[in-house]
Design a protein around this ligand. Structure first.
Ligand SMILES: NC(=O)c1ccc[n+]([C@@H]2O[C@H](COP(=O)([O-])OP(=O)(O)OC[C@H]3O[C@@H](n4cnc5c(N)ncnc54)[C@H](O)[C@@H]3O)[C@@H](O)[C@H]2O)c1
Length: 453
């Protein structure tokens, strides 16, 4: 069934306003910085939505990651893929074929250009709009979804500017709709096991974390590998910690950010930008225009975040140099620590003095049921199965009428670090205040339990 949803007058007015702004190439401009008095004094969290038997999905952006999510959703019970949108018609056709092959009716196609997601949001009767488009589209698509009465679900990051983070928080509150940034790394086997160890007090009081995104993706930035053409412009024009949420999300959960503690301020510093230019000299012909690209982003950015409780986080970004992959995943407590890549543990009184133990004996005791039961059958699903986990949890929460694991405050807090790091880098690493999107509610919000422990 593809019944059209009738927008209320108020919703329609808001929606038209959004459309006008998008047409002009920019969203409405509101208060831009920090804990600005222009934002409502108190947060009004979107209420827990009633259970739905079928989750009706409109999908926007079916490239690499979008197709991955689509495959997961087609594997889950209780999901109808109602509409698919992409600026590339063949990708929509491929997605429609996938949906039909899974035994569902052919979804409605939206292929009339970059703003066609607005028509999808306005015309379709959906539980949620799920987007896996380039970064710069996430905020607009989520806003269009919520103002037309749908939950918004997006790939990372939630938004690329501080203004859009605020706008999404306030729109979620105003319309009572979820705005969920799908941070798959929060669902990794190690990350969930570590969260469980933290919640059970194995590491003692948490005082420090180290994390990041250190991934040699020079081929993507220089478009030597096909796809993700949109990626390059961020490194050409921005200098900071550009991809924060994979590393920061799981550590922030361990520290109860937005739920007992809160980010307070950061300082950020970038190294010179040499890696991509060096790579281009070695990889592309002499007369290739990629040889003369000048990248703004430093090869290695280090951002230090301090929380209100005094905890510290070192967040590293490096995507421009030869190196093996890591997200670091270090969580230090007063009784011990865990660190990733490779996973290892040191607990005082348990581990040999000054020595690491590997995780093996800890899996037995602390691996959450979700991974024990579901994780064994996820060979072939994206990113070692954690993408499937996050989609599984999203759909389960909506079908059972329970609050999703991730909320708009998480997405905003973890994503705003990128533009704030740029601000710090641009001012000789000056200290920059991190806004409290919960407006004080973090003091009383309960900590997130380990999902389905
Ligand atoms: N969580 C992860 O591990 C992970 C991994 C890869 C990518 N991502 C995220 O997924 C998102 C997409 O990345 P990708 O690698 O799939 O990129 P991609 O380029 O493969 O896919 C993006 C798709 O969006 C489409 N698109 C662009 N503008 C559009 C618009 N206005 N309306 C509709 N469709 C539009 C493109 O045609 C393309 O099909 C990014 O936010 C990225 O950060 C996350």
């Amino acid at each position: 069934m593809t019944a059209k949803k009738d927008l209320s007058n108020l919703e329609r007015r808001e929606f038209m306003k959004l459309g006008a702004a998008l047409g002009a190439g920019a969203l409405l401009h509101e208060a831009a910085s920090g804990n600005n008095p222009d934002h409502a004094a108190t947060a009004k969290e979107a209420p827990v939505a009633a259970a739905v038997e079928k989750v009706r999905v409109g999908f926007v952006g079916v490239g690499g990651m979008g197709t991955n999510h689509l495959r997961n959703l087609l594997h889950l019970e209780g999901v109808d893929i109602v509409a698919v949108c992409d600026i590339v018609e063949e990708k929509v056709t491929r997605a429609q074929d996938m949906v039909e092959a899974a035994g569902q009716p052919r979804p409605v196609a939206y292929t009339r250009g970059e703003l066609d997601f607005m028509r999808l949001c306005a015309e379709e009767d959906l539980t949620l709009v799920y987007t896996a488009t380039p970064w710069e589209w996430h905020a607009q698509i989520c806003l269009a979804a919520m103002t037309s009465g749908k939950h918004a679900v997006t790939e990372v990051p939630l938004a690329v500017t501080l203004e859009d983070c605020w706008r999404l928080v306030e729109t979620s509150e105003k319309y009572g709709k979820y705005c969920i940034m799908m941070e798959n790394c929060c669902y990794g086997r190690t990350e969930m096991t570590v969260l469980n160890m933290v919640r059970q007090g194995v590491l003692g009081e948490i005082i420090h974390g180290e994390c990041g995104y250190l991934h040699d993706i020079r081929d993507i930035f220089l478009q030597i590998a096909p796809g993700r053409e949109w990626f390059q412009k961020h490194a050409l024009t921005r200098n900071g910690s550009l991809y924060t949420t994979h590393g920061l999300g799981p550590v922030a959960q361990c520290m109860n950010i937005n739920r007992g503690d809160q980010f307070d301020y950061l300082v950020s510093m970038s190294s010179p930008s040499l890696g991509l230019e060096d790579y281009a000299r070695n990889k592309v012909p002499e007369d290739d225009p990629r040889r003369s690209l000048e990248f703004a982003a430093g090869d290695v950015n280090t951002t230090l975040i301090r929380t209100h409780a005094g905890r510290s986080i070192a967040l590293v970004y490096n995507a421009h140099n030869p190196r093996p992959y890591t997200r670091i995943n270090l969580v230090q407590g007063v009784k011990g620590l865990v660190e990733g890549y490779p996973d290892r543990v040191h607990i005082e009184g348990v581990s040999p003095v000054h020595e690491w133990e590997d995780m093996d004996q800890y899996w037995e005791q602390y691996e959450p049921t979700l991974w024990r039961e579901l994780g064994r059958n996820l060979t072939g699903f994206g990113h070692g199965g954690m993408d499937y986990m996050e989609d599984y949890r999203l759909i389960k929460c909506l079908r059972e009428g329970i609050a999703p694991d991730l909320d708009v405050y998480d997405g905003a807090a973890w994503s705003c670090i990128a533009p704030l790091s740029e601000k710090s880098v641009a001012s000789r690493s000056a200290s920059v205040e991190i806004p409290d999107f919960t407006r004080g509610a973090w003091r009383t919000r309960p900590s997130l339990p380990v999902p389905e422990l």
